[in-house]
Design a protein around this ligand. Sequence first.
Ligand code: WTA
Length: 649
Amino acid sequence: MAEIFPVSDEMQKNANINKADYEDLYEKSIKHPEEFWRRQAKRIDWVSFPKKIKDTRFKKDEYVIKWYEDGILNASYNCIDRHLPERANQTAFIFEPDDPKSESKHITYGELKDEVCRLANALKKQGVKKGDCVTIYMPMIPEAAYAMLACARIGAIHSVVFGGFSPNALKDRIVDCESKFVITADEGRRGGKTVPLKANVDKAVDGLDIVQKVIVFKNTGGDVEWHDGRDISWGETVLLQSNECKPEPMSAEDPLFILYTSGSTGKPKGILHTTGGYMVYASLTHELSFDYKDGEVYWCTADVGWITGHSYIVYGPLANAATSLIFEGVPSYPDYGRFWEITEKHQVNIFYTAPTAIRALLKEGDDYVTKHDRSSLRILGTVGEPINHEAWLWYYNVVGEKRCPIVDTWWQTETGGHMITPLPGVTDLKPGSAAMPFLGIKVEIVDHEGNVLEGECEGNLCIAYSWPGQMRSIYGDHDRYLETYFSQFDGKYFTGDGAKRDKDGYIWITGRVDDVINVSGHRFGTAEIETSINEHDAVAESAVVGYPHDIKGQGIYAYIIAKEGKVIDDVIKKEIVQFVRSDIGPIATIDIIQAASGLPKTRSGKIMRRILRKIAADDVDNLGDTSTLAEPAVVDELIANHKKITGDK
Ligand code: WTA
């Protein structure tokens, strides 16, 4: 646990930040935020440079978050146009298709401008206006990024919905942000299979009057139903448009996008990000966390349906004029060497992925890695969940050949960009620790009463001051926003995560302390999964918890009580698993169902999830205080049945 991997001299020599200057720089960023963030604003282009840098207060009753509020800019201009004089022929995106036998593509900044402008003009022609919300439900193809940038160009707000979500989940997200427009493709490709995106959209918008137009990109050429008047062919419409479209001047605090994520209660929340602060923050973190150098090939394996895809495939890298790789497929197809084959083929310098992928690949042995040349790799990154020691060492020793620092970046959909991360060339690494707060970020660990803990400690992870990339609201529900993030610990942003700080000041994320579970880096509210399970007609009541899972980090464990006259047998269990997959999406696959006759509740009827988590994790010697249980016998039965279904290990 205590081992340290020091920054190499080589890394230090060439890094974008000088190690010797770093502490001073951090100190200044915290003590003089106004000055620090004014300087950082210059990394992007403004139509009108902001005079007001920040107006931020986290206190619940005086809450305000405004960054660069009188600044005017356009995000798409910053990602494209401003690079054109010098880089029209530089590759902006490399596209690597699912099937290695299909050809990869290079899209230059010049071509990107044409594609984005044509689509932007087509959107305008279909009636999309500044401030309208456009839902994007696309495969991992460059057109997904064109769609985002086209919205940004005309001042429309995009809401990208991950292509693995079900029609139901898509519908909820369309309804919540009142999207009149949807952009999709006929089908997606992943691991040699097709994903019926257009058919899912048809189901989602069936009977939804608000959706006026569905723009469909022909990707696989598969058969799709066509609704005349509503469905618009991308090919027929977009190609006819002009490749010039003036970027809409936007206020820094105008919304750029909404992205849905799960919380511990209720339905998914539309996390709202605005334009100026987000762009500055995405650009700065991309450059420093990855020590990005001009001309490098950068690859983030996330999907654009998640925040990582927004900030670190599209906005951050393009703001920095990087070459960003978009991969359509999965790490295991056609075999477990796919990531490293692509790395070799495109000479990738910076590689950013999730611990769950690393764990899955580690299991398959080193040969898949070592048979491909990885000498181009310089920096490795991870995101989404804590990385276990074994996976870290394998990533470092085998994938990176002990040469590449690993940046373990802690952040959230809500934070817009990296918040706690080592910086290459600056921070000595400790496997499993996200290390230190980013510039301008003041981390505080607090106890349950909100007392700030100093030195070595463990508690709730909070952020004390505002930063430009932070979310501004939950779309349509500002009260829920204040309640979720600013009410637990007055005057601080509460992350929902627990953390430890060690004697050297390194931060170790211990996982969520609320009812959010993190399955293969995907967030789910346990309540969201329970609501879905409870819709099955054999189910009276259910309780879902996460439990440690070798590959996924956390697996989904459901305790289910049958309705009178029903039994939760193997057939029903399979049905329930299927039911939830089709209700939420295949990423919500329940791993273990335990039939139960009762749940541990307090006398006031509240489920004691702490006990359920312990049982699911096989940690029953240490159940903690059970004196408030209404019926203690329930627990013994749950433990006995848990042992039966998991093989009495
Ligand atoms: C978890 C993903 C440990 C954490 C960018 C957080 C991590 C949630 C790390 C946000 C990390 C993310 N180490 N845990 N490096 N990165 N998390 O919104 O629990 O999908 O609150 O954003 O993922 O997930 P989200």
